[in-house]
Design a protein around this ligand. Structure first.
Ligand SMILES: Nc1ncnc2c1ncn2[C@@H]1O[C@H](COP(=O)(O)OP(=O)(O)OP(=O)(O)O)[C@@H](O)[C@H]1O
Length: 340
């Protein structure tokens, strides 16, 4: 469990964090998103006191890190691993040497270091490259070294500061799969900050939205992505869950609605999880005799659970339309009757 209580971070006159309270559950993957400058890096760096906050407390498994002094602080920090956007590998050390470093610093005996590094390199799939130098491996491989190094002291928490931002989409997917794997296999709590919503969509359980140094929204990823409350969240998730209908679609709907004899309504449907497995639209046609025309939409997946949004032009008697909207809402679908 990672608890942040009243975290404030000032850099001279800049107030980067203005009172953050968060409780990150053991074993979850927790995402932090926000615009550039929102304070994401500052926040993740307070968790291992890479940045010591101006005020507030950081508790890991109930231990207040902000109250510790060396050498106990150094020891406590070993329970928190970190991976970085630009990998931060030592160019003068081999792959093996980079992963060995934190173990050597912790005073582990050379034979044990060798054994543990061997295991870690197997885990991240880099055993054959153990004698290469960072300049001789790809970005994705460098990040695997970064992850192996972060796991060396068997941490309980792994912090990821834009770990996939410098990687192409395919490599990103494989690194995220690795993070998910270590999260599951070791029950590791992962806190990741990213500006890539695809990353959150793929691996996070819960997400916090940071804006100007404050948490403005927090919740399960499906909830936050499909029902964003704040304007900043809506604009961030626009990439993966489009909020506004494209102009061309609006124009097409207007054309379809004008000149039609039967009254029509544009319904914006947002659904997540189990509801999306039901044949809801065909039921609306059968039960309420509606004419449906899907004008825009997408169905996607968050951690294996379907979610999506549809814009449907529905035509039929006024009472039938109202009954159909109730029917959808009862089935757990969020419905907005949109005006175009
Ligand atoms: N060492 C520093 N000294 C002075 N100001 C800083 C320092 N680090 C960050 N800041 C300022 O604090 C604010 C938050 O920065 P931070 O890097 O935490 O945001 P971020 O959300 O991670 O941004 P980005 O996504 O662009 O990396 C910004 O206004 C930034 O300019």
């Amino acid at each position: 469990m990672v608890e942040l209580q009243g975290i404030v971070q000032h850099y001279g006159g800049v107030q980067a964090l203005r009172g953050i309270d968060l409780a990150i559950r053991p074993g979850e993957v927790y995402g932090v998103i926000g615009r550039s400058g929102a304070g994401k890096s500052s926040l993740v760096r307070t968790i291992n006191l890479l940045n010591r906050p101006t005020a507030g407390r950081v508790l890991v498994d109930g231990q207040d890190l902000t109250a510790l002094r060396e050498p106990r602080l150094r020891e406590a920090r070993r329970s928190i691993g970190m991976v970085f956007q630009h990998f931060n590998l030592l160019s003068s050390r081999t792959v093996h040497g980079n992963v060995a470093l934190p173990l050597e610093l912790a005073g582990i005996a050379p034979l044990e270091v060798k054994r543990r590094v061997g295991e870690l390199l197997d885990l991240v799939g880099l055993a054959p490259l153990r004698d290469r130098y960072p300049a001789q491996i790809s970005g994705g491989q460098k990040q695997r070294v970064g992850i192996a190094r972060a796991l060396a002291n068997r941490p309980r928490v792994l912090l990821s500061d834009e770990a996939t931002s410098a990687l192409d989409p395919e490599t990103t997917r494989s690194i995220l799969a690795l993070l998910r794997q270590v999260n599951r296999d070791f029950g590791l709590t992962v806190v990741l900050i990213t500006h890539q919503m695809q990353v959150i969509k793929q691996v996070a359980d819960r997400v916090a939205v940071l804006d100007a140094g404050r948490v403005v929204e927090e919740g399960g990823v499906i909830q936050v992505f499909t029902h964003p409350r704040e304007a900043v969240t809506r604009s961030l998730v626009e990439d993966v869950v489009p909020q506004a209908l494209p102009e061309s679609v609006v124009a097409r709907i207007r054309a379809l609605m004008s000149g039609a004899a039967t009254p029509g309504q544009l319904l914006r449907l947002a659904f997540a999880g189990e509801g999306s497995d039901q044949p809801l639209l065909s039921e609306l046609v059968r039960r309420y005799g509606l004419d449906l025309n899907i004008v825009h939409g997408q169905v996607d997946e968050i951690q294996g659970r379907p979610f999506g949004s549809l814009a449907v032009l529905a035509r039929g008697a006024r009472e039938s339309l109202a009954a159909a909207v109730d029917h959808l809402r009862l089935a757990g679908v969020r419905v907005e009757v949109a005006h175009v």
